[in-house]
Design a protein around this ligand. Sequence first.
Ligand SMILES: N[C@@H](CCC(=O)N[C@@H](CS)C(=O)NCC(=O)O)C(=O)O
Length: 231
Amino acid sequence: MADLSAFPITRKWPAKDPSVIQLYSLPTPNGQKASIALEELGLAYEAHRVGLDDANVKSPEFLSLNPNNKIPAIIDPDGPDGQPIGLFESGAILIYLAEKTGRLLGETPADRYHAIQWVMWQMGGLGPMLGQLGFFVKFAGAEIEDPRPRERYINEAKRLLKVLDTSLEGRDWIIGEFSIADIAICPWLNGLAFYEALDLVGWGDLKNVPAYLERFYNRPAAERGRNIPPM
Ligand SMILES: N[C@@H](CCC(=O)N[C@@H](CS)C(=O)NCC(=O)O)C(=O)O
């Protein structure tokens, strides 16, 4: 039986079965990436609900696994060399799970780099920009009178969506075949409806992105993973 007692997070969120991957998350766009990847890959795991309030993400136990106080994070009891490994940052988690199973990173070495390239595009561009858009359009930022931050993030979201739309021309998935890049990108596209920002970013004018998103959540694993752990 795996021993996870070296990970203080397991004191606040005890593992029922320490031999499987432990997921600490919430089904936000970043959280969904980890749960959907685990579902797609058919890996055994246990999901622990971590609220975004200080009592959870800023608890000493959570910070012991992710000093950056953000979900998702995982512990794999069967990491490299059979030793347990803890990981945070959804992009790193996606690459780790894909490499662990040898799946969802393309068939060829070139495809592998293309998948990683689009994961980086999502991590450095789409995610942060849409996150800021949500803040300035739907949350606290909506009260800020200066229109410039709101406009800036709306324009940047439009630009990124156009990049994606053009790159999807003639293909079902962003590198051709389904990969972790799609798992990184689609939960963020899905967040636009929650932010009530679809019209603002010109969703209706996009040729390929809306069908891409629908195709993604039509996958049974994506449909399951989008609600794990329950909000
Ligand atoms: N770059 C990080 C971002 C994760 C992130 O922003 N998580 C949010 C929820 S979607 C969070 O935990 N926020 C809590 C906080 O900032 O205190 C990743 O991709 O894992």
